[in-house]
Design a protein around this ligand. Structure first.
Ligand code: FES
Length: 157
């Protein structure tokens, strides 16, 4: 595994959806997929960049069951299974993390410590394969890094 890289800010997401129909919902979908929930600071950024009231964002997020306002676990691990990551071995990384955490896709440990999910492209294909841990992108991850990734999260507590 190489260095931790911050997830690119959401301006790219906004650029992608800005002029399209249903742009707010599509941008929120991307945020939900990336983080496993819609963090408040990201909602604030979205409101500013898309020029929509924050209240409108919360209206949408609370209307649809698909969106979560709270992180599903204390540590959220998202494994990118988009094409670039998939081709560079992401399925093996995902399997290792599933084994280490004893979880299936979308599962949360009984103590709420970890939530594991697969996501589609998080916009860092050049760093593939990537895992997003609590909003930080880990680049060029290898299956053998699974234990290290979970240990790193525990150490930060
Ligand atoms: S496919 Fe994984 S970041 Fe794009």
């Amino acid at each position: 595994m190489s260095d931790v890289v911050m997830v690119p800010d959401i301006s790219r997401t906004v650029q992608k959806w800005r002029k399209k129909r249903g742009s707010l919902i599509m941008a929120l979908h991307e945020v939900q997929n990336r983080y496993g929930y819609v963090p408040r600071n990201v909602s604030l950024q979205l409101a500013q960049l898309m020029d929509v009231p924050l209240a409108r964002i919360y209206e949408v997020v609370t209307f649809y069951n698909y969106f979560n306002l709270e992180p599903p676990g204390r540590n959220n691990v998202s494994v990118c299974l988009g094409t670039a990551c998939y081709l560079k071995g992401a399925p093996d990384i995902f399997d290792s993390l599933k084994e280490v955490l004893g979880l299936e896709d979308g599962g949360t440990t009984g103590d709420g410590e970890f939530h594991l999910q697969s996501v589609r492209c998080v916009g860092c294909c050049g760093l593939a394969p990537v895992v997003v841990m609590n909003g930080q992108t880990l680049s060029k991850v290898r299956p053998g890094d699974a234990k290290d990734i979970t240990a790193r999260a525990k150490k930060k507590e």
